[in-house]
Ligand binder design. Sequence first.
Ligand code: AMP
Length: 355
Amino acid sequence: MTKININDMLTSYDKKSLTIATVCSHSSLQIFNGARKEGFKTLGISIGEKKKFYDAFPLGKPDEFFIVDKYKDILKFTDELKEKNVVVIPHGSFVEYLGADKFLTLDIPTFGNRNGLLWESDRNKERKWLEGAGLTMPQEVKNPKDIDKPVIVKYHGAKGGKDFFIAKTYEEFQKRIKKNRSFIIQEFVMGTRYYLHYFYSPIQDNAYKLSKGSLQLLSMDRRDETTIDEVQRLGSIAELEELGIHPTFVVTGNIPIVMRESLLPKVFKMGEDVVEKSLKLFGGMIGPFCLETVVTEELQFKVFEISSRIVAGTNPYVAGSPYSELIQHDMSTGRRIAQEIKYAAKKNLLEKILT
Ligand code: AMP
């Protein structure tokens, strides 16, 4: 649990003049754009120099750049950032570059519940959370000798699916496994992938109601992963593996998608269950989160991962998605985050959505 007290951090803040800040990477263009639409000042933390390509996107560019030599240096400048009434928006790269342990104790008001990180970054805890919520996860194969159907081998702490591989037998596993790296083995689920982007507000009751607060579905995407998603251009996977060419799972982009409408009740039920469980386990997620799922031919969802923050899969929807357009015109996840902060600041509830 974080030792940081949000009320102490906020005592010196001018709550009418908050600045929304994040690290210039991942989904920062959307975060700055959304904050700008809601009237916030924005600050982009950048390494080494201000990123030139932001000049090409004036509506996604932060008002101010805050340059540090390396990510860990952010920790040295927390007082300076707090003087600017900064609220930090976490995203995947921010947490990864700073390091989860440092992020947990970062002395700056941060959107969301940082304690969720302890639950999602540990695969055993993640399983306890998701299965405890009643969701179905891909089966885990504890002993590689028990591999008797296609499995995916995932290394711990791997960045964007790097080095993951498929094995169909124990022999194949032995040939490919990199020694000295910890891993898990999961059943390879056949089906179509949907990455579901939700937003949970613990302080507003104007959407799909939960025991506390309410839930929205803002968008969904499918990740584009090289080389698995285009490997068939060169031949079947079996043919290629004969030649020693193995598909990889490195994320390069995101593709917008909508789901057949009859599945939406299940989507909401899963979102509901995972939030309710998080309330019991660690005080509850806050804001955006994503369930990474495969839908099988029986139309069952298998959930292989959760991220309790904005994910890059929301980036196709800077100007809204087919779902968010049914909530409010022109609302991205970045904008929804800014709206939540604005609402909380107005109602004096900031300590309920920041940690
Ligand atoms: P992850 O790091 O868990 O998000 O996995 C990276 C990628 O591997 C996913 O985006 C999927 O394309 C694929 N993947 C992960 N787990 C499974 C699974 N159990 N079955 C099939 N594909 C998976």
